[in-house]
Ligand binder design. Sequence first.
Ligand code: NAP
Length: 289
Amino acid sequence: MAKAAFIGLGVMGYPMAGHLAAKGHDVTVFNRTAAKAERWVAEHKGRRAATPREAAAGAEFVFTCVGNDDDVRAVALGPDGALAGMSSGAVFVDHTTASAGLARELEAAGKAKGIGVLDAPVSGGEAGAKNGRLTVMVGGEPASFDRAEPIMDCYGISVMRMGPAGSGQLTKMVNQICIAGLVQGLAEGANFAVRAGLDAKKVFDVISKGAAQSWQMENRHTTMLEGKYDFGFAVDWMRKDLGICLDEAERNGARLPVTALVDQFYKEVQARGGGRYDTSSLMLLLAKL
Ligand SMILES: NC(=O)c1ccc[n+]([C@@H]2O[C@H](COP(=O)([O-])OP(=O)(O)OC[C@H]3O[C@@H](n4cnc5c(N)ncnc54)[C@H](OP(=O)(O)O)[C@@H]3O)[C@@H](O)[C@H]2O)c1
Protein backbone atom coordinates (compact mmCIF):
# COMPACT_ATOMS: atom_id res chain seq x y z
CA MET A 1 0.00 0.00 0.00
CA ALA A 2 1.26 3.47 -0.85
CA LYS A 3 1.77 6.56 1.23
CA ALA A 4 -0.25 9.26 -0.51
CA ALA A 5 -1.33 12.86 -0.05
CA PHE A 6 -4.49 14.36 -1.52
CA ILE A 7 -4.85 18.14 -1.79
CA GLY A 8 -8.23 19.71 -2.59
CA LEU A 9 -11.30 18.00 -1.11
CA GLY A 10 -13.96 19.55 -3.33
CA VAL A 11 -16.84 17.89 -5.14
CA MET A 12 -14.33 15.69 -6.99
CA GLY A 13 -11.34 15.45 -4.65
CA TYR A 14 -13.28 14.45 -1.52
CA PRO A 15 -14.62 11.16 -2.92
CA MET A 16 -11.45 10.48 -4.95
CA ALA A 17 -9.32 10.70 -1.79
CA GLY A 18 -11.94 8.50 -0.11
CA HIS A 19 -11.42 5.74 -2.71
CA LEU A 20 -7.66 5.78 -2.02
CA ALA A 21 -8.31 5.32 1.71
CA ALA A 22 -10.98 2.66 1.09
CA LYS A 23 -8.43 0.61 -0.90
CA GLY A 24 -6.08 0.71 2.09
CA HIS A 25 -3.63 3.43 1.08
CA ASP A 26 -2.16 5.60 3.81
CA VAL A 27 -3.67 9.01 2.96
CA THR A 28 -2.91 12.47 4.35
CA VAL A 29 -5.20 15.26 3.14
CA PHE A 30 -4.99 19.04 2.91
CA ASN A 31 -7.88 21.37 2.19
CA ARG A 32 -7.79 25.19 2.28
CA THR A 33 -11.02 25.22 4.27
CA ALA A 34 -9.98 23.05 7.21
CA ALA A 35 -13.51 21.96 8.15
CA LYS A 36 -13.75 19.79 5.00
CA ALA A 37 -10.46 18.06 5.86
CA GLU A 38 -11.72 17.43 9.41
CA ARG A 39 -14.90 15.90 8.04
CA TRP A 40 -12.90 13.73 5.61
CA VAL A 41 -10.60 12.46 8.39
CA ALA A 42 -13.57 11.65 10.61
CA GLU A 43 -15.11 9.66 7.76
CA HIS A 44 -12.01 7.91 6.39
CA LYS A 45 -9.60 7.66 9.33
CA GLY A 46 -6.65 9.26 7.50
CA ARG A 47 -4.62 12.25 8.65
CA ARG A 48 -4.84 15.92 7.78
CA ALA A 49 -2.04 18.43 7.44
CA ALA A 50 -1.83 22.20 7.93
CA THR A 51 -0.16 22.94 4.57
CA PRO A 52 0.29 21.18 1.21
CA ARG A 53 3.99 20.87 2.01
CA GLU A 54 3.28 19.08 5.28
CA ALA A 55 0.74 16.77 3.59
CA ALA A 56 3.27 15.87 0.88
CA ALA A 57 6.20 15.17 3.23
CA GLY A 58 7.25 11.53 2.87
CA ALA A 59 4.47 10.73 0.37
CA GLU A 60 5.25 8.50 -2.61
CA PHE A 61 2.32 10.04 -4.51
CA VAL A 62 0.78 13.48 -4.17
CA PHE A 63 -2.57 14.20 -5.85
CA THR A 64 -4.16 17.60 -6.37
CA CYS A 65 -7.67 18.50 -7.55
CA VAL A 66 -8.30 22.22 -7.18
CA GLY A 67 -9.81 24.89 -9.45
CA ASN A 68 -7.65 26.52 -12.13
CA ASP A 69 -3.99 27.14 -13.07
CA ASP A 70 -3.38 29.68 -10.30
CA ASP A 71 -5.00 27.44 -7.68
CA VAL A 72 -2.67 24.59 -8.69
CA ARG A 73 0.33 26.94 -8.43
CA ALA A 74 -0.90 27.99 -4.97
CA VAL A 75 -0.88 24.40 -3.65
CA ALA A 76 2.07 23.01 -5.65
CA LEU A 77 4.70 25.75 -5.70
CA GLY A 78 6.23 28.15 -3.18
CA PRO A 79 7.62 27.48 0.30
CA ASP A 80 4.42 25.82 1.61
CA GLY A 81 3.62 24.07 -1.68
CA ALA A 82 3.52 20.31 -2.16
CA LEU A 83 6.70 20.10 -4.27
CA ALA A 84 8.69 21.68 -1.43
CA GLY A 85 7.69 18.78 0.83
CA MET A 86 8.28 15.97 -1.68
CA SER A 87 11.39 13.83 -1.97
CA SER A 88 13.25 12.77 -5.10
CA GLY A 89 11.56 9.72 -6.69
CA ALA A 90 8.03 10.70 -5.63
CA VAL A 91 5.27 11.38 -8.20
CA PHE A 92 3.02 14.47 -8.32
CA VAL A 93 -0.34 13.95 -10.08
CA ASP A 94 -2.57 16.93 -10.89
CA HIS A 95 -6.24 16.05 -11.49
CA THR A 96 -7.31 19.69 -11.95
CA THR A 97 -8.61 20.71 -15.38
CA ALA A 98 -5.94 23.28 -16.26
CA SER A 99 -3.80 24.46 -19.18
CA ALA A 100 -1.18 22.37 -21.00
CA GLY A 101 1.29 25.20 -20.32
CA LEU A 102 0.85 24.72 -16.57
CA ALA A 103 1.48 20.97 -16.97
CA ARG A 104 4.81 21.69 -18.67
CA GLU A 105 5.70 24.31 -16.02
CA LEU A 106 5.05 21.79 -13.22
CA GLU A 107 7.00 19.06 -14.99
CA ALA A 108 10.02 21.38 -15.21
CA ALA A 109 9.67 22.33 -11.52
CA GLY A 110 9.45 18.65 -10.58
CA LYS A 111 12.39 17.60 -12.75
CA ALA A 112 14.65 20.05 -10.92
CA LYS A 113 13.98 18.02 -7.73
CA GLY A 114 13.84 14.51 -9.23
CA ILE A 115 10.05 14.41 -8.85
CA GLY A 116 7.86 12.86 -11.58
CA VAL A 117 4.89 15.00 -12.66
CA LEU A 118 1.69 13.90 -14.41
CA ASP A 119 -1.19 16.06 -15.68
CA ALA A 120 -4.26 13.88 -15.21
CA PRO A 121 -7.60 15.68 -15.66
CA VAL A 122 -10.72 13.59 -15.23
CA SER A 123 -14.12 13.19 -16.83
CA GLY A 124 -17.22 11.60 -15.36
CA GLY A 125 -18.46 14.28 -13.00
CA GLU A 126 -19.45 14.06 -9.35
CA ALA A 127 -21.21 10.72 -9.89
CA GLY A 128 -18.08 9.27 -11.52
CA ALA A 129 -15.93 10.47 -8.62
CA LYS A 130 -18.33 9.01 -6.04
CA ASN A 131 -18.72 5.68 -7.86
CA GLY A 132 -15.01 5.40 -8.69
CA ARG A 133 -15.79 5.42 -12.41
CA LEU A 134 -13.74 8.32 -13.76
CA THR A 135 -11.95 8.56 -17.08
CA VAL A 136 -8.41 9.82 -16.43
CA MET A 137 -6.42 11.38 -19.29
CA VAL A 138 -2.75 11.51 -18.46
CA GLY A 139 0.30 13.36 -19.77
CA GLY A 140 3.89 12.84 -18.62
CA GLU A 141 6.79 10.39 -18.59
CA PRO A 142 5.92 6.67 -19.01
CA ALA A 143 7.90 5.68 -15.87
CA SER A 144 5.87 8.02 -13.64
CA PHE A 145 2.63 6.89 -15.28
CA ASP A 146 3.45 3.20 -14.75
CA ARG A 147 3.97 3.83 -11.03
CA ALA A 148 0.88 6.03 -10.51
CA GLU A 149 -1.57 4.12 -12.69
CA PRO A 150 -2.43 1.37 -10.18
CA ILE A 151 -3.18 4.04 -7.56
CA MET A 152 -5.39 6.04 -9.97
CA ASP A 153 -7.23 2.79 -10.74
CA CYS A 154 -8.84 3.22 -7.28
CA TYR A 155 -11.20 5.80 -8.85
CA GLY A 156 -10.67 5.36 -12.59
CA ILE A 157 -12.34 2.95 -14.99
CA SER A 158 -10.14 4.14 -17.84
CA VAL A 159 -6.71 5.57 -16.99
CA MET A 160 -4.74 6.25 -20.15
CA ARG A 161 -1.41 7.90 -20.92
CA MET A 162 -1.88 10.20 -23.91
CA GLY A 163 1.71 11.42 -24.43
CA PRO A 164 4.22 13.85 -22.88
CA ALA A 165 3.44 16.57 -20.32
CA GLY A 166 0.33 18.53 -21.29
CA SER A 167 -1.22 15.68 -23.32
CA GLY A 168 -3.74 14.86 -20.59
CA GLN A 169 -4.94 18.47 -20.50
CA LEU A 170 -5.05 18.65 -24.32
CA THR A 171 -7.21 15.50 -24.36
CA LYS A 172 -9.57 16.99 -21.79
CA MET A 173 -9.83 20.09 -24.02
CA VAL A 174 -11.03 17.87 -26.88
CA ASN A 175 -13.60 16.40 -24.46
CA GLN A 176 -14.94 19.85 -23.54
CA ILE A 177 -14.97 21.06 -27.17
CA CYS A 178 -17.05 18.00 -28.14
CA ILE A 179 -19.48 18.59 -25.26
CA ALA A 180 -20.03 22.31 -25.88
CA GLY A 181 -21.62 22.08 -29.34
CA LEU A 182 -23.43 18.89 -28.43
CA VAL A 183 -25.24 20.41 -25.44
CA GLN A 184 -26.32 23.41 -27.50
CA GLY A 185 -27.68 21.03 -30.17
CA LEU A 186 -29.55 19.09 -27.50
CA ALA A 187 -31.04 22.30 -26.06
CA GLU A 188 -32.13 23.45 -29.52
CA GLY A 189 -33.72 20.07 -30.25
CA ALA A 190 -35.55 19.98 -26.93
CA ASN A 191 -36.86 23.52 -27.34
CA PHE A 192 -37.91 22.78 -30.93
CA ALA A 193 -39.79 19.65 -29.83
CA VAL A 194 -41.75 21.63 -27.22
CA ARG A 195 -42.60 24.47 -29.62
CA ALA A 196 -43.65 21.97 -32.28
CA GLY A 197 -46.26 20.64 -29.88
CA LEU A 198 -44.68 17.19 -29.67
CA ASP A 199 -44.50 15.04 -26.55
CA ALA A 200 -40.84 15.93 -25.99
CA LYS A 201 -40.23 13.11 -23.52
CA LYS A 202 -41.52 10.62 -26.09
CA VAL A 203 -39.33 12.25 -28.77
CA PHE A 204 -36.21 11.62 -26.70
CA ASP A 205 -37.32 8.08 -25.84
CA VAL A 206 -37.33 7.39 -29.58
CA ILE A 207 -34.33 9.35 -30.86
CA SER A 208 -32.05 8.32 -28.00
CA LYS A 209 -32.07 4.83 -29.56
CA GLY A 210 -30.77 6.20 -32.86
CA ALA A 211 -27.90 8.21 -34.33
CA ALA A 212 -28.54 11.29 -32.15
CA GLN A 213 -27.84 9.33 -28.96
CA SER A 214 -25.30 10.79 -26.50
CA TRP A 215 -24.40 10.74 -22.80
CA GLN A 216 -25.83 14.24 -22.53
CA MET A 217 -29.09 13.14 -24.15
CA GLU A 218 -29.40 10.04 -21.95
CA ASN A 219 -28.60 11.88 -18.73
CA ARG A 220 -29.95 15.39 -19.27
CA HIS A 221 -33.02 15.47 -21.49
CA THR A 222 -35.51 14.89 -18.66
CA THR A 223 -34.09 17.61 -16.41
CA MET A 224 -33.78 20.03 -19.35
CA LEU A 225 -37.45 19.55 -20.19
CA GLU A 226 -38.31 20.12 -16.52
CA GLY A 227 -36.13 23.27 -16.36
CA LYS A 228 -33.97 21.79 -13.57
CA TYR A 229 -30.35 22.95 -13.59
CA ASP A 230 -29.40 23.12 -9.94
CA PHE A 231 -26.89 20.22 -10.01
CA GLY A 232 -24.07 18.78 -12.10
CA PHE A 233 -21.06 20.35 -13.84
CA ALA A 234 -21.16 24.10 -13.21
CA VAL A 235 -21.28 26.71 -15.98
CA ASP A 236 -18.49 28.62 -14.15
CA TRP A 237 -16.22 25.56 -14.50
CA MET A 238 -17.25 25.07 -18.14
CA ARG A 239 -16.35 28.69 -18.98
CA LYS A 240 -12.96 28.19 -17.31
CA ASP A 241 -12.45 25.06 -19.45
CA LEU A 242 -13.63 26.66 -22.70
CA GLY A 243 -11.33 29.63 -22.02
CA ILE A 244 -8.42 27.16 -21.80
CA CYS A 245 -9.54 25.55 -25.09
CA LEU A 246 -9.85 28.90 -26.88
CA ASP A 247 -6.41 30.02 -25.62
CA GLU A 248 -4.82 26.77 -26.79
CA ALA A 249 -6.52 27.13 -30.19
CA GLU A 250 -4.93 30.59 -30.53
CA ARG A 251 -1.58 28.80 -30.23
CA ASN A 252 -2.19 25.74 -32.44
CA GLY A 253 -4.35 27.43 -35.09
CA ALA A 254 -7.42 25.18 -34.65
CA ARG A 255 -10.68 26.92 -35.55
CA LEU A 256 -13.34 26.67 -32.82
CA PRO A 257 -16.28 28.74 -34.10
CA VAL A 258 -19.04 26.75 -32.36
CA THR A 259 -17.06 26.45 -29.11
CA ALA A 260 -16.53 30.24 -29.08
CA LEU A 261 -20.23 30.85 -29.67
CA VAL A 262 -21.36 28.43 -26.97
CA ASP A 263 -18.89 30.05 -24.58
CA GLN A 264 -20.76 33.33 -25.14
CA PHE A 265 -24.08 31.58 -24.43
CA TYR A 266 -22.64 30.35 -21.14
CA LYS A 267 -21.55 33.91 -20.38
CA GLU A 268 -25.20 34.90 -20.74
CA VAL A 269 -26.27 32.10 -18.36
CA GLN A 270 -23.73 33.47 -15.85
CA ALA A 271 -25.14 36.99 -16.30
CA ARG A 272 -28.57 35.59 -15.41
CA GLY A 273 -27.18 34.22 -12.15
CA GLY A 274 -26.65 30.66 -13.39
CA GLY A 275 -22.91 30.29 -12.80
CA ARG A 276 -23.44 27.23 -10.58
CA TYR A 277 -26.10 25.69 -12.84
CA ASP A 278 -25.36 22.51 -14.79
CA THR A 279 -24.06 22.99 -18.34
CA SER A 280 -27.42 21.80 -19.70
CA SER A 281 -28.79 25.24 -18.65
CA LEU A 282 -28.16 26.45 -22.23
CA MET A 283 -31.82 25.43 -22.59
CA LEU A 284 -32.72 28.33 -20.30
CA LEU A 285 -31.72 30.88 -22.93
CA LEU A 286 -33.98 29.32 -25.56
CA ALA A 287 -36.94 28.69 -23.29
CA LYS A 288 -36.99 32.26 -21.96
CA LEU A 289 -36.77 34.04 -25.34
N1 NAP B 1 -17.31 18.93 -10.65
C1 NAP B 1 -17.23 18.22 -11.77
O1 NAP B 1 -18.21 17.63 -12.24
C2 NAP B 1 -15.89 18.12 -12.48
C3 NAP B 1 -15.75 17.16 -13.50
C4 NAP B 1 -14.53 17.05 -14.16
C5 NAP B 1 -13.49 17.89 -13.81
N2 NAP B 1 -13.65 18.84 -12.85
C6 NAP B 1 -12.50 19.71 -12.52
O2 NAP B 1 -11.95 19.27 -11.30
C7 NAP B 1 -11.46 20.39 -10.57
C8 NAP B 1 -12.14 20.45 -9.21
O3 NAP B 1 -13.53 20.55 -9.40
P1 NAP B 1 -14.56 20.44 -8.16
O4 NAP B 1 -15.92 20.34 -8.76
O5 NAP B 1 -14.09 19.41 -7.19
O6 NAP B 1 -14.39 21.90 -7.51
P2 NAP B 1 -14.82 22.42 -6.06
O7 NAP B 1 -15.89 21.58 -5.47
O8 NAP B 1 -15.07 23.89 -6.20
O9 NAP B 1 -13.50 22.20 -5.19
C9 NAP B 1 -12.33 22.90 -5.44
C10 NAP B 1 -11.30 22.49 -4.41
O10 NAP B 1 -10.09 23.21 -4.64
C11 NAP B 1 -9.72 23.94 -3.48
N3 NAP B 1 -9.09 25.19 -3.91
C12 NAP B 1 -9.51 26.02 -4.90
N4 NAP B 1 -8.66 27.06 -5.01
C13 NAP B 1 -7.68 26.87 -4.11
C14 NAP B 1 -6.51 27.61 -3.76
N5 NAP B 1 -6.18 28.74 -4.41
N6 NAP B 1 -5.75 27.14 -2.76
C15 NAP B 1 -6.07 26.00 -2.12
N7 NAP B 1 -7.16 25.25 -2.40
C16 NAP B 1 -7.95 25.69 -3.38
C17 NAP B 1 -11.01 24.17 -2.73
O11 NAP B 1 -10.76 24.45 -1.38
P3 NAP B 1 -11.92 25.09 -0.44
O12 NAP B 1 -12.70 23.93 0.08
O13 NAP B 1 -11.18 25.81 0.62
O14 NAP B 1 -12.74 26.02 -1.31
C18 NAP B 1 -11.71 22.82 -2.96
O15 NAP B 1 -11.17 21.84 -2.12
C19 NAP B 1 -11.71 21.63 -11.46
O16 NAP B 1 -10.57 21.91 -12.21
C20 NAP B 1 -12.85 21.18 -12.34
O17 NAP B 1 -12.87 21.87 -13.59
C21 NAP B 1 -14.82 18.96 -12.15
